[in-house]
Every structure is written in structure tokens, then in C-alpha cells.
Design a protein around this ligand. Structure first.
Ligand SMILES: N[C@@H](CCC(=O)N[C@@H](CS)C(=O)NCC(=O)O)C(=O)O
Length: 207
């Protein structure tokens, strides 16, 4: 399988999942500004949507959408505990958090990277985020990870998106549980491995 990624982008959640699960993936770097791969090919030839993550399965089929790619990878190794078994309440909760991270955090925060995003929209996002962060902070104040007692794909996704705050000058110090969560996840050996493989330091960095 090939995982198309950009350093520090949301594709890092899929990368972390693959490493945590022990699923072998070949990493293929995408230069988002130019839309090209390192061999000069256009990324849109692989993923016509033009965004990462894109996972190309061994039979050539393409899988996109970060929250789905992580579920697929984790399900390949059920014993990893990264995605609880079908029919369990914990799986439902992981899916719920994945949807929350994708729509309530990833998309709004992601829009702040784009220099052409209008100021009015930026203001709205900066109004919404404290509400979301406060909710998450209260949730994580009493547990190490989003669901149950172990690290799941929802944590991988949340880690990546929250890491962007430091590059977007968003202060997380009012949310000590979020800062502790980021530090806790960044210490995981497989997370460190994924970060190093993307040429990153202690957290996700801009694409
Ligand atoms: N709906 C997609 C969006 C993925 C996405 O926003 N990827 C960003 C990086 S985090 C990207 O590749 N942006 C480049 C572009 O859209 O041209 C998902 O949830 O996976």
C-alpha cells in the first residue's frame, strides 16, 4: 500500500495509525503548493481530489478521507486496539470523535492555513474554537485518551489537528488537559517514528 502524505498534514494521522498498528505502508510525499510528487508526477493523477491522505491499496483502489483511512488501517490489525471491535460502544464513541475532529476541528482550523480565507470567517473560527477546546479539555481532564483507557485512531487524528495550533498562534495554555494530551501522545515511540519520518520535531508542523 502507498500512503500519500504531506509533512504535518492531516495525513499524519494515517501515518501514525499505520506505524502504531504495524501495517507496512510506503510513504509518498506530496508537495501541496505545486500538487506534484517528488518524481514530478501530478498528484491529481493519483487522487483527483488533490488532497492528502490518499491510500492506494495493493489492488490499486484509492481510499481517501482521513477519518476513513485511519479506520481502514486500524481494522487490518484488530489486536492493535486502535479501533475497538464492531458492535461495541467504544467503537461507536471512536467514530463519533472522528466525525467531531473532522468537522468541528480539522475543517475550521484547516481554513486558517489558507491566506485567502476572509477575515470574517477567521473571526468566526476563532469564536468557535474556544468552545470546542473547552469541551475537549474537560473531557480529557479525567482520562488519558478520548475513549476508554487506550490510544485509538481518534487520538491520532486529534493529536495532529491540535498540533497545528502552535503554528497558527492559537494559545492552548487555558486548556491544560489538551497540552498534557499533546505531550502524552508526542512521547509515544510510534508517533515519534512517524514524526521523524516526515522530518518533523515534537509535533505536527505546517504542510
Ligand atoms: N476531506 C479530506 C480533506 C483532507 C485535507 O484537507 N487535506 C489537506 C491537508 S490537511 C490537503 O491536502 N489540502 C490540499 C488541497 O486541498 O489542495 C479529509 O478529511 O481527509
Amino acid at each position: 500500500m502507498q500512503l500519500y502524505y504531506a509533512p504535518g498534514a492531516c495525513s499524519l494521522a494515517a501515518h501514525i495509525t499505520a506505524r502504531e498498528a504495524g501495517v507496512p505502508v510506503d510513504l509518498v510525499k506530496v508537495d501541496i503548493p505545486t500538487g506534484r510528487l517528488e518524481d514530478g508526477r501530478e498528484f491529481r493523477q493519483v487522487n483527483p481530489r488533490g488532497y492528502v491522505p490518499a491510500l492506494v491499496l495493493d489492488d490499486g483502489e484509492l481510499v481517501t478521507e482521513a477519518q476513513v483511512v485511519v479506520q481502514y488501517l486500524a481494522d487490518l490489525v484488530p489486536t492493535s486496539g486502535l479501533f475497538p471491535p464492531p458492535g461495541t460502544r467504544d467503537r461507536l464513541r471512536v467514530q463519533e470523535w472522528l466525525g467531531y475532529v473532522a468537522t468541528e476541528l480539522h475543517k475550521p482550523l484547516g481554513s486558517l492555513w489558507d491566506p485567502s480565507t476572509p477575515e470574517a470567517w477567521r473571526g468566526k473560527v476563532r469564536e468557535w474554537l474556544p468552545v470546542r477546546f473547552a469541551e475537549l479539555d474537560a473531557h480529557l481532564a479525567t482520562r488519558p485518551f478520548l475513549v476508554g483507557s487506550g490510544f485509538t485512531v481518534a487520538d491520532a487524528y486529534l493529536f495532529v489537528i491540535l498540533s497545528w495550533t502552535r503554528y497558527l498562534s492559537i494559545d492552548l495554555s487555558p486548556y491544560p488537559a489538551l497540552e498534557a494530551f499533546l505531550a502524552r501522545v508526542a512521547e509515544r515511540p510510534k508517533v515519534r517514528q512517524a514524526l521523524a519520518e516526515e522530518g518533523l520535531g515534537g509535533g505536527a508542523e505546517p504542510v
